[in-house]
Design a protein around this ligand. Structure first.
Ligand SMILES: Nc1ncnc2c1ncn2[C@@H]1O[C@H](COP(=O)(O)OP(=O)(O)OP(=O)(O)O)[C@@H](O)[C@H]1O
Ligand SMILES: [Mg+2]
Length: 148
C-alpha cells in the first residue's frame, strides 16, 4: 500500500471517528487533537505525530473537523514533504443532523451545540485546488428519527 495521509473534514458528530474505526484502524495511525487535551500546542503536537508516523513509513488519518483550507494547508504540505499521497475525506451531513447526533452522545464526546454551528459557518469542502491527490465524499449518516 502506498504511504498515505488522509485528512478528514466534517462537522462534529458527522461520523468521522466511527469511520476511522471501521475502515482505517487496521492500516492507518490515528492522529486527532481530541486525543491530546493536555498538550501545550496541539497543532505542533499533531504535526509531530504525523511526521513521526510518515517518517516510519506508516500511513496516517488526521481525525479533526479540519474545516478550512487554512487549517488543511500545513497538513497537506507535511504529507507532501514525506512523499505521501494526500487524500481528503469529506463527511457530508446537515447541521441539523449533526446537532441531533451530538445531543445523543455521552460525556466528553458531546460538545456544546454552538460548537457545531461555529464549525458549520467556517466549513469549506475540500477541493483538488488545495493540493489533494484525491477528494472522497462520504454520504451522510441516516437521520435520527425523533420519537414524538
Ligand atoms: N454509520 C453510522 N450509523 C449510525 N450512527 C453512527 C454511524 N457512525 C457514527 N454514528 C453515531 O454518530 C455519532 C457521531 O459519530 P462520531 O463520534 O464518529 O463523530 P465525529 O465526526 O468523530 O465527531 P467529533 O468531530 O465530535 O469527534 C456517534 O454517536 C456515533 O455512534
Ligand atoms: Mg471524533
Amino acid at each position: 500500500m502506498p504511504l498515505e495521509l488522509v485528512i478528514f473534514v466534517g462537522l462534529q458528530a458527522a461520523g468521522k471517528s466511527t469511520y476511522y474505526r471501521d475502515h482505517f484502524a487496521a492500516t492507518h495511525v490515528h492522529v486527532s487533537k481530541d486525543l491530546m487535551k493536555h498538550a501545550r500546542s496541539r497543532d505542533g503536537r499533531q504535526e509531530q505525530e504525523i511526521a513521526r508516523a510518515l517518517a516510519a513509513g506508516r500511513s496516517v488519518v488526521v481525525d479533526n473537523t479540519n474545516p478550512t483550507p487554512v487549517v488543511r494547508a500545513p497538513l497537506i504540505a507535511l504529507g507532501r514533504r514525506h512523499g505521501a499521497r494526500v487524500v481528503a475525506y469529506f463527511f457530508e451531513t446537515t447541521v441539523k443532523d449533526a446537532v441531533a447526533r451530538n445531543r445523543l452522545r455521552e460525556g466528553n464526546a458531546r460538545v456544546p451545540d454552538v460548537a457545531v454551528y461555529v464549525t458549520a459557518r467556517k466549513l469549506v469542502p475540500p477541493t483538488f485546488e488545495e493540493g489533494f491527490d484525491e477528494v472522497r465524499v462520504i454520504a451522510p449518516l441516516p437521520p435520527i428519527i425523533a420519537a414524538t
